[in-house]
Design a protein around this ligand. Structure first.
Ligand SMILES: Cc1cc2nc3c(=O)[nH]c(=O)nc-3n(C[C@H](O)[C@H](O)[C@H](O)COP(=O)(O)OP(=O)(O)OC[C@H]3O[C@@H](n4cnc5c(N)ncnc54)[C@H](O)[C@@H]3O)c2cc1C
Ligand code: FES
Length: 360
């Protein structure tokens, strides 16, 4: 028995030392300054020990993030050519193994501990910070608001492609992604449409803003934007996924007189369907535009003004889309809806490469 006490004391001391080492490494480790070389050209001197995304952000390089750096979205991946470390377990989950072996890492998870060489798309290097003021906040449904932001800085405003999104500051060092719902014609303002998520940090903050409140955002981001082709345009939206479609449809009808546009829009009930009147009017005014609303639950009065289908949007696509071979599709909404719609579009002949989506 007499050897047990010293053994326990030694084990305890060992564990304490390990905890101190981990604490020192994680919390107060001082690495000095490190140099980040971007695209073999631009050099940034940054404080070692900082997360890579934060170090880049402090130098006005705004890497996208949809989770506020929690390590759940995978949006912040950056290619590290020199000074790379082994992937973290979270990176092995979120990144494709081909990306990992090509040198991609999550910049919100990787710490700068040595000099690093990075490869960053010119498009991302061009992302700017914008300062604006809320000029209107309008309730669209019980849980969706449309918020219009007038840009104050920079004076030249913003240039974006229809379908892209911005990252909005929603608290200290937290951002959330919102699709631009306004027309590309206007460079002095952007509108977003925000669904309130119970206890959601970003959506609660944005719903609380009123006219005159200041706002900071970054952008424009994303590969989900209207392509310059001759194909028919199929837009499929679920709930607040209608936001980028508004910008895409406006762009398509103005710029492409020979391209047909179809909007399939799904929601729960008529009370959750917004801009319904707008699309009914557009379908009446433009031969090239067709509108197919679908509700999970339809009441007889819902069909008084316009045909409304009962069921999910994939059912409407199955019914109305004749041949998808010469089409391209833009999908936005919840993951399960996107997955079901992709399947039916492929079945209808839309080439997979021409199906673009943002899931949220
Ligand atoms: C490219 C892109 C574009 C987007 N565009 C829009 C847009 O135009 N309009 C819009 O409203 N949102 C959009 N989003 C989603 C948006 O970025 C936020 O994720 C959303 O507003 C929730 O953020 P939050 O801070 O309120 O919730 P968080 O504080 O991040 O989350 C709070 C809790 O709610 C859960 N949660 C998060 N999202 C949902 C959800 N959708 N349904 C149910 N539970 C949820 C979380 O898991 C968490 O438990 C977009 C996302 C991406 C990636
Ligand atoms: S910001 Fe979401 S994983 Fe890095």
């Amino acid at each position: 028995m007499s050897f047990i006490v010293p053994l326990l004391v030694m084990n305890g001391l060992g564990l304490l030392c390990l905890a101190i080492i981990i604490f020192l490494k994680r919390v107060i480790a001082v690495y000095g300054e490190s140099t980040l070389t971007i695209n073999n050209d631009k050099k940034l001197i940054v404080e070692g020990g900082e997360f890579l995304a934060k170090a880049l952000f402090q130098n006005k390089i705004y890497i996208p993030s949809a989770c506020g750096g929690k390590g759940t979205c995978g949006f912040c991946k950056v290619k590290i050519k020199e000074g790379i470390s082994d992937p973290l377990p979270i990176e092995e989950i979120l990144l494709h193994h081909k990306d990992i072996s090509s040198g991609y890492r999550l910049s919100c998870q990787v710490k700068v501990r040595r000099d690093m060489g990075l490869e960053i798309d010119e498009e991302l290097l061009a992302i700017k910070e914008y300062q604006g003021v809320i000029d209107s906040s309008e309730r669209l449904t019980r849980d969706i608001k449309r918020i219009s932001i007038k840009i104050e800085e920079p004076k030249e405003g913003i240039s974006f492609k229809s379908g892209q999104y911005i990252l909005i500051e929603v608290g200290s060092a937290e951002t959330r992604a919102y699709s631009i719902a306004s027309s590309t014609r206007f460079s002095d303002r952007v509108a977003i449409e925000v669904k309130l998520i119970p206890n959601g940090l970003g959506s609660s903050y944005l719903h609380s803003l009123t006219e005159g409140d200041k706002i900071v955002f970054f952008g424009p981001y994303g590969q989900f934007y209207l392509r310059d082709t001759h194909h028919k345009i199929i837009c499929v939206a679920g709930g607040v996924g209608l936001a980028p479609m508004k910008s895409i449809i406006d762009d398509a009808l103005r710029r492409y007189p020979n391209r047909d546009v179809e909007l399939y829009y799904g929601s729960r009930t008529m009370a959750d369907l917004y801009d319904h009147e707008l699309y009914i009017t557009m379908a009446a005014n433009y031969d090239r535009f067709s509108y197919y609303p679908a509700l999970e639950k339809v009441e007889e009065k819902d069909r008084e003004k316009y045909p409304v289908d009962e069921g999910f949007v994939n059912k409407s696509i199955a019914q109305y889309l004749e041949n998808g071979e010469n089409s391209e599709a833009y999908l936005c909404g919840p993951g399960p809806m996107i997955d079901a719609v992709v399947k039916i579009l492929i079945k209808k002949g839309v080439p997979e490469i021409r199906i673009l989506y943002d899931k949220f």
